[in-house]
Design a binder for this molecule. Structure first.
Ligand code: HEC
Ligand code: HEC
Ligand code: HEC
Ligand code: HEC
Length: 300
């Protein structure tokens, strides 16, 4: 089945199908390999639901998921209204940015950098990532650098809620007491204080078809070895492309040579659709084979 077909199926039938597929594969493998116990990698958990089962109940579902942000309310005409599943990141009107209708306040760090003058072995300079970079990386860092509270958003009507302490705040409006919180910064920090040191390149060029790309102001170094790269990584991996500062995702058939780039979302799926392992990963964290996350791009 194509990935598109796979994604278009309902979550339930996807899970039934994958369970049936795993059962069949297990039977075939066991039948063909007498004496050898083959342990097929199982899908991990991405929040309170299996990886790849969709957004409901996953790490970034701040209503039904395990992130501990249940009970964020807005008072509308005296009535407490719970925040919606998508609102901490997207809102249909009065969003903070048109791109992705983004609604979470950007990082308090105006930019993210690696060590000064650091380059990869290919000679690619590590990028400077502005907090206003239009690719997904800046969006992830708006929560994951730890500088902005996860619930620091605008409400639907564009009003910024008051600054939150890290514990519950209760207010009484028209006789209705509403508690917001507990408001927590994310526990898992990437890009603390604007430093990307010791992290894999992101918002950086990808050598699509083995050739050099320019992305986020950086061009792949001249020493890139084209044959040591997957020419056109396909789903579940996702690459991006940049045209005049505007980032869009690459067609599902691969990437666009010359302008391809890698973002946090190349390796992670924030909506838990394409994940096949822990950490919202678009590949396996361990083991071997083409689904091992590093092999999805690096041909070593
Ligand atoms: C934690 C933040 C977060 C939450 C919560 C979230 N999204 Fe997203 N969404 C993103 C990011 C980041 C991107 C861009 C990266 C990508 O496409 O993977 C995105 C992209 C999108 C896109 C445009 C790209 C596409 O896939 O078509 C749509 C539509 C979307 N989200 C809908 C939703 C809906 C609907 C919900 C709630 C059920 C939701 N999102 C919840 C962060 C989030
Ligand atoms: C609105 C804030 C917010 C945004 C935006 C956001 N995250 Fe998260 N993320 C969280 C929270 C909260 C958790 C739950 C774990 C925690 O409390 O730190 C989480 C969990 C995760 C996890 C799972 C950690 C684990 O232990 O398995 C990963 C991976 C992750 N986020 C990556 C991303 C990526 C990549 C993006 C951008 C596409 C992103 N996040 C955008 C708030 C956010
Ligand atoms: C090249 C692939 C790749 C890219 C790009 C990438 N990650 Fe990850 N990420 C991983 C892998 C693999 C893991 C699991 C191993 C680990 O925990 O270090 C992970 C783990 C995480 C975790 C969970 C860590 C924990 O301790 O539970 C978070 C949160 C996260 N990444 C966020 C991000 C953010 C934000 C970005 C963009 C700035 C990003 N990642 C870019 C591959 C990637
Ligand atoms: C989505 C594609 C993608 C995935 C998946 C990926 N990488 Fe990379 N990796 C890149 C890109 C792009 C670069 C920068 C290439 C350049 O221009 O030098 C890079 C660079 C590197 C470098 C080189 C740094 C240097 O100094 O030359 C190492 C090492 C590396 N990645 C390891 C990993 C590991 C380990 C994993 C799995 C956890 C992984 N990568 C997964 C795309 C990817």
């Amino acid at each position: 089945m194509s990935w598109d077909g796979w994604r278009d199926m309902t979550k339930t039938s996807r899970w039934l199908d994958s369970a049936v597929a795993v059962a069949i594969v297990t039977l075939v493998v066991v039948a063909r390999s007498p004496g050898i116990i083959w342990a097929l990698p199982a899908n991990g958990t991405c929040g309170s639901v299996p990886c790849g089962s969709g957004f409901d109940g996953s790490w970034h579902d701040f209503v039904d998921g395990p992130a501990g942000l249940l009970g964020v309310f807005e008072v509308v005409n005296g009535i407490p209204v719970p925040v919606g599943q998508c609102t901490l990141c997207h809102t249909p009107h009065v969003a903070l940015q048109t791109a992705l209708l983004w609604n979470h306040h950007l990082s308090n760090n105006s930019q993210f950098t690696w060590e000064a003058n650091a380059t990869t072995m290919a000679g690619t300079s590590y990028a400077t990532i502005a907090n206003t970079w239009t690719g997904p990386t800046a969006k992830c860092l708006s929560c994951h650098d730890g500088s902005v509270n996860a619930v620091t958003i605008n409400w639907f009507e564009g009003v910024t809620p008051p600054a939150f302490p890290n514990n519950e705040t209760c207010t009484t409006t028209n006789g209705v007491t509403t508690c917001q919180g507990p408001q927590q910064p994310v526990n898992v920090i990437v890009g603390y204080a604007g430093s990307m040191m010791h992290s894999h390149p992101s918002a950086m060029p990808y050598p699509c078809t083995g050739t050099r790309s320019t992305y986020n102001g950086v061009t792949t170094g001249a020493a890139i070895v084209g044959t040591e790269w997957v020419g056109k990584p396909v789903l579940p991996i996702r690459l991006y492309q940049e045209t005049n500062g505007v980032v869009s995702r690459s067609p599902s058939a691969g990437c666009v040579a010359g302008s391809a780039g890698v973002e946090c979302t190349s390796c992670h799926d924030v909506h838990n659709r394409e994940n096949i392992d822990v950490n919202l990963l678009r590949g396996y964290i361990s083991g071997g084979g083409s689904n091992y996350i590093c092999n999805e791009c690096h041909s070593k």
